[in-house]
Design a binder for this molecule. Structure first.
Ligand code: FES
Length: 373
């Protein structure tokens, strides 16, 4: 094998196609960027078809159609069909709003493999309040039934925050009632709108511990039957960072509605210039672009990561989190207890006890400069 070939990264196995940032819901924990852009900037159908073909040719196998709400794209079925013909395993990541029986049948016909349906809470009042949309809970219940009726594997996703985490028993009971296959009980991670609202959303440590204990007790009673529950804790109470995206530029490729290609869904906040799929091929983006190579591997690591024996496990943690919290994307993720900035995590927890600003709904009509975060 030539040396050039040996040094090339493996393919982007997981492609996330963020088709639109428009969404019928307005959840304050949304991880979409605070500047959502406009629908006029979205890639057209032909561009997406090309992106899918190029990513698959490189070896991508998993494809998530996401947003915003991907159902708002009228060409979703065309894209699913193309992806399915190419041999992708396709996943629709949806709020369920707008998923009629006609549409779910058409998506089935197009070859969609998998549906991930989000809920905001376990009852209508809380659900509709968090998403700021009346009757959305009712619609989600109908969609969950349709998903099962059309024999899709169903992943239910509940984003947990200080506002709904105490309902964890009801969430698990609802998941059983709906016959979910997998249930993500995901404590929100703080990116985009969620970062803006972090002081309100971050659960207290006691809330988190109580919820985890309840999930463990519920699992013990299940005796292997019913949904498989996955409990995700927020970084803010950890002392080691996650290997974000499995390592920068190793596995994940996100393409945003305007065609920006990113190593993670949040990277656009970083002071780096990212390529656009309208101007470059997926292959050249993945293999050659400066931004994708910038944090690949461990050569770039700062101190104390450089000499740490865990550096191959977490690659210095999340670049976006380091940037948001310290203002320097080259620093060790402050989640790590070895980071000189680790005190910022305790400070964030303290701030959450008395938030200094109001909680805001994600609202595409309001544009807030990133510097205000
Ligand atoms: Fe961007 Fe972690 S979310 S590197």
């Amino acid at each position: 094998m030539s040396e050039a070939k040996q040094n090339q990264p493996g393919p982007p196995l997981w492609l996330l196609a963020e088709l639109t940032y428009e969404c019928p819901l307005h959840c304050p924990y949304c991880s979409n960027p605070v500047n959502l852009g406009s629908r006029e900037q979205e890639c057209d159908t032909d561009t997406w078809l090309r992106v899918l073909s190029e990513a698959r040719a490189m070896g991508a196998v998993q494809l998530g159609f996401s947003g915003g709400e991907p159902l708002l794209r009228k060409d979703l079925e065309v894209l699913v069909k193309h992806a399915s013909d190419l041999g992708f395993y396709t996943n629709l990541i949806t709020s369920g709003i707008g998923l009629t029986e006609k549409r779910i049948a058409a998506l089935r016909e197009a070859g969609l493999d998998h549906i991930q349906l989000s809920f905001q809470a376990a009852n209508a009042d809380a659900n509709d309040l968090i998403g700021n949309k009346r009757h959305s809970f009712e619609q989600k219940l109908k969609v969950a039934k349709l998903v099962k009726q059309y024999e899709y594997p169903m992943v239910l996703n509940f984003c947990l925050t200080a506002q709904n985490i105490d309902q964890i028993d009801d969430v698990m009971a609802l998941s059983c009632e709906l016959d979910g296959d997998y249930v993500e009980l995901a404590t929100v991670q703080y990116y985009g709108w969620a970062y803006l609202n972090r002081d309100h959303l971050l659960p207290a440590k006691a809330q988190l511990e109580e919820a985890e204990a309840r999930v463990n007790a519920f699992r013990a009673k299940q005796q292997g039957k019913g949904p498989h529950f996955i409990f995700v804790t927020p970084d803010y109470y950890e002392d080691r960072p996650k290997a974000c995206m499995n390592g920068w530029g190793t596995t994940f490729l996100t393409v945003t509605p305007d065609g920006s290609a990113l190593p993670c869904h949040s990277a656009k906040i970083l002071p780096l210039t990212f390529p656009n799929v309208r101007e470059k091929s997926i292959q050249s983006i993945w293999q050659e672009d400066f931004s994708f190579n910038h944090f690949r591997g461990t050569d770039w690591l700062p101190s104390p990561c450089k000499t740490c024996d865990e550096k191959d496990k977490d690659f210095g943690g999340c670049r976006c989190q380091a940037y948001m919290l310290t203002g320097d994307m080259y620093k060790t993720d402050p989640v790590c207890s070895k980071s000189p900035d680790h005190g910022l995590m305790a400070q964030a927890v303290k701030n959450s006890e008395s938030p200094s600003r109001e909680l805001v709904y994600r609202d595409p009509k309001v544009s807030i400069p990133i510097t205000e975060i």
